[in-house]
Write a protein that binds this ligand. Structure first.
Ligand code: BGC
Length: 255
């Protein structure tokens, strides 16, 4: 049990990577706050899985694109369990369009959740930790696209590049408070965010050809690294990005 009696909040944990992290955290001994925006049924299922692991859970609806929602989420979570030790900024979305067709609405949708949401959730978590005079851990679920270009996903890349620098900056600023912050950069993981790709055999095979480990990632592949970064084992780790991508990022083969 690597997270025994820790209290963790995982944003966007009704499905995909966030849900896998919430459940794995519970299996490692943590009580978990589950957050969703629209998929209430997924949150209920995640809660049942957390409870099946013998831990307590709490569901809080909040739109991570809205700062008022974020503050309510963190404060409700901290009040319910008495404190928060770990924040996982997982909620995120992407929209597909050539750069010259991206609308202001789509840009705002992506940046508000993926970057502004991470910024203000981290801020509220830090305020909570300072107010209670405790150390803590923040884990951001970024993407290989904090580093790699992804044509037709320019807003997504801008948001993830922002998360990369935010993490580096906060590692320096929050280190003296005993707060660690790191990113996980998943590659192609089988989750609802890439349903379209998963249903397009041509694109999928081309992608698989670029993954040295020869398979898509599973949500559990990401959850195991999140457990490490949230645990005391990572006490001396901050400001880093952990790639969970089967080798995708550094694989360039001249065709
Ligand atoms: C994106 C996926 C994409 C993967 C690999 C992720 O960040 O959300 O849509 O398949 O990166 O390119």
């Amino acid at each position: 049990m690597r997270l025994k009696n820790k209290i963790a909040l995982v944003t966007g944990s009704s499905q995909g990577i966030g849900r896998a992290i919430a459940v794995r955290f519970a299996q490692e001994g943590a009580d978990v706050v589950i957050n969703y925006n629209r998929t209430a049924t997924g949150a209920e299922e995640a809660l049942a899985e957390v409870e099946a692991a013998g831990r307590r859970g709490l569901i809080v609806q909040a739109d991570l694109g809205k700062v008022a929602d974020i503050r309510r989420l963190i404060n409700t979570a901290a009040e319910h369990f008495g404190r928060l030790d770990v924040l996982v900024n997982n909620a995120g979305l992407e929209t597909h369009a050539p750069f010259w067709e991206v609308t202001e609405e789509d840009y705002d949708k992506v940046l508000n959740v993926n970057l502004k949401g991470v910024f203000f959730a981290a801020q509220e978590m830090v305020r909570h930790l300072r107010a209670t005079n405790r150390r803590g851990k923040i884990v951001n679920i970024s993407s290989v696209h904090e580093e790699l270009p992804f044509p037709n996903f320019s807003a997504y890349c801008a948001s993830k590049g922002g998360v990369k620098m935010l993490t580096r900056n906060l590692a320096v600023e929050l280190g003296p408070l005993g707060i660690n912050i790191n990113n996980i950069a998943p590659g192609a993981i089988e989750t609802p965010i890439n349903t379209k790709l998963l249903n397009d055999p041509m694109k999928l095979n081309a992608l698989l050809g670029q993954i040295p480990l020869g398979r898509l990632g599973q949500t559990g592949d990401v959850a195991s690294v999140a457990v490490f970064l949230a645990s005391d084992d990572a006490d001396y780790v901050t400001g880093s990005t952990y790639y969970v991508d089967g080798g995708l990022t550094w694989n360039y083969e001249e065709q």
